[in-house]
Ligand binder design. Structure first.
Ligand code: FES
Length: 586
């Protein structure tokens, strides 16, 4: 039933009509199937009064004992349930795949699509009228949202929230970003074992997601920009009382969207995706989000592309001063006013009439927002990075595109020609990168192959190739690095990523040889392998496709159906959505 006709029905009856709920198909009819459904709930101690005539709210929770960033989400589930009950809903908690960025190998990206499939099917196959999607650690956000978009069942997202700022002695530490930084110092011999252990003891101060502007924080902001959260939700720290209150309010909202039948595809539009891209660029967000956003857009039918990013990147400044592009952390962003405050500085670049899951416009979210700290949320005339914070490059090395986060790169390296030092795969890199015999200088270009969606497989975060130890000891802290892999959103450096098509599918990266010259020209958006077209052709005819090690199970399915980076790395058979499609057999 459409939003309009349901509202009309409500208006006519003057009350809520339970037969309009999706779950009514399971519980309402006087037939043998429904008898079975109801009697089994009674067997669980659930009475008619608990659920009949009430919207069933599914809490899809990515908590697990192995999900380090979500250790508080069991507790939050109880708080969400409180909000659902307050509004007369019936909450049911449903565990879904936990994707623990820290502990899951080879990479959670291999399993993002599995969570998306699970979310879609769990929502479609159960008597759920609306969902609260509970996640936050990197791939859980796109996984949950992609599934909810394809199922097109009303859904609101509760971000797990960032960790509190970490402190080591008198230094503020940011997860990921400072781990890379101090690891380089340790490798250079500037940090003793005791210091390193002290950092290990305090860099993760609480439950919650990485508190830098890594992929988790970026995706939380994108979820808010797309309209999937309550206003201001993306920056609320994981372990403060405000986060508990947010959970309760999210539960209340879930009941409202169930009655209003406010589906993901009814709020997603070209404009909302442009708002989300603008937001990502203004926060100096993770490059990983580009892949996720393309995948989400293709699920919804909007189909944004790399070119859209590059177009917006030319005019959107980086205003948020957070690591790795800047100085502060998510807790500081929250105290500075959060996303509504940041948006208030970007109103001319946003579509203010785009609607959120709460039924209100972006304009309404911004209304009353105040900027508390001008150094965290910078004014337009004093940005962290004027524009082009994230750039899309093309050239004979990346015919379908690749990306670089210029705002987290070394400016002098953004136009650079250097001699390629080539690693055929990650094992080769690990074996040789720190060898004293490696023929490398600070001007070399480090090249990694077989890091893409099919090749690795799973598109891991290998793109911030380590600086060779002998150069670290000489004081080198950045070099041009290129690969078909991703890098963590908490990472930094002059790293060209997501080269498409990837080397394992025969992309030109596969043809690079040790000693070739590579030219990076970010201002002109170019990445070139400096060999003749004839030489390129000759190498291409001699290239042999690697034999895939993925021969069974999920990894085989993945290797057969994953799309390339510029297409979002979704499975080719999962794009689009099934709005209104319901299970047939009752
Ligand atoms: Fe979970 Fe960074 S490891 S968000």
């Amino acid at each position: 039933m459409s939003h309009e006709s349901r509202s009309n029905a409500d208006a006519r009856s003057g009350d809520r009509d339970p037969s309009l709920l999706r779950s009514h198909r399971w519980f309402g009819p006087d037939d043998l199937r429904s008898f079975g459904h109801r009697s089994r709930l009674k067997g669980m101690g659930i009475d008619d009064a608990d659920y009949r005539g009430r919207p069933v709210i599914g809490l899809l929770n990515t908590w697990s004992d192995l999900s380090t960033c979500h250790s508080h989400l069991r507790e939050r589930a109880e708080e969400v349930k409180r909000g659902v009950l307050q509004m007369g809903g019936f909450p049911v908690e449903v565990p879904v795949l936990s994707l623990s960025e820290m502990l899951m190998k080879p990479t959670t990206m291999l399993y993002r699509n599995l969570l998306a499939m699970e979310t879609e099917e769990v929502l479609r196959s159960h008597p759920i009228d609306a969902a609260v999607l509970m996640g936050g650690c990197d791939k859980t956000v796109p996984g949950l949202l992609m599934g909810a978009i394809s199922a097109d069942i009303p859904s609101v997202f509760l971000p797990a929230g960032p960790m509190l700022n970490a402190r080591w002695r008198d230094v503020t530490l940011g997860s990921g970003t400072d781990a890379w930084k101090y690891w380089a110092e340790r490798c250079a011999g500037n940090l003793c074992d005791g210091d390193w252990t002290e950092i290990e003891n305090c860099i993760a101060r609480s439950a919650g997601t990485c508190m830098t502007m890594g992929t988790a924080s970026t995706m939380a902001c994108i979820a808010e920009a797309l309209g999937f959260t309550l206003p201001g939700a993306s920056s609320v720290p994981a372990v403060v009382a405000e986060h508990s209150r947010l959970a309760v309010a999210t539960g209340r909202m879930a009941v409202e969207i169930a009655w209003e039948d406010r589906k993901p595809c009814s709020i997603l539009s070209r404009e909302s995706f442009e708002n989300a891209m603008t937001t990502q660029l203004a926060i100096g967000g993770s490059t990983n989000a580009i892949v996720h956003m393309i995948a989400m857009s293709r699920r919804s039918g909007q189909r944004i592309a790399l070119e859209d990013y590059d177009r917006l990147s030319q005019r959107v400044p980086v205003l948020l001063n957070l690591r790795p592009s800047g100085k502060y952390l998510m807790e500081d962003f929250h105290h500075a006013g959060g996303l509504p405050a940041l948006w208030s500085r970007l109103q001319d670049l946003l579509h203010l009439d785009a609607r959120s899951i709460d039924g209100k416009t972006l304009r309404a979210s911004i209304d009353g927002a105040r900027i508390i700290d001008e150094d965290v949320i910078r004014p337009r005339n004093n940005p962290v990075y004027a524009n082009g914070g994230t750039c899309v490059l093309r050239g004979n090395l990346a015919p379908m595109g690749c990306v670089i986060k210029s705002s987290a790169s070394t400016e002098q390296l953004l136009q650079h020609r250097g001699r390629a030092v080539v690693f055929e795969n990650y094992a080769d890199l690990k074996k040789r990168i720190h060898s004293p015999d490696l023929d490398v200088t600070a001007d070399s270009v480090l090249v990694l192959k077989s890091g893409g969606p099919m090749g690795a497989p799973g598109f891991p975060e290998w793109g911030m190739l380590p600086i060779p130890e002998k150069l670290l000891k000489q004081g080198v802290r950045d070099m041009v690095r290129i690969s078909d892999a991703r890098m963590s959103g908490t990472s930094y450096g002059t790293c060209v990523l997501h080269i498409s098509p990837e080397s394992s599918s025969g992309g030109p990266l596969a043809l690079v040889r040790e000693g070739d010259t590579i030219e990076l020209d970010v201002p002109n958006r170019r990445l070139e392998l400096c060999i003749s077209p004839e030489e390129m052709e000759q190498r291409r005819s001699a290239w042999k496709a690697p034999v895939s090690a993925a021969t069974r199970g999920y990894t085989y399915l993945y290797s057969q159906h994953v799309t390339q980076a510029h297409e979002g790395c979704d499975f080719d058979f999962l794009e689009g959505h099934d709005s209104g499609k319901e299970p047939d057999i009752f």
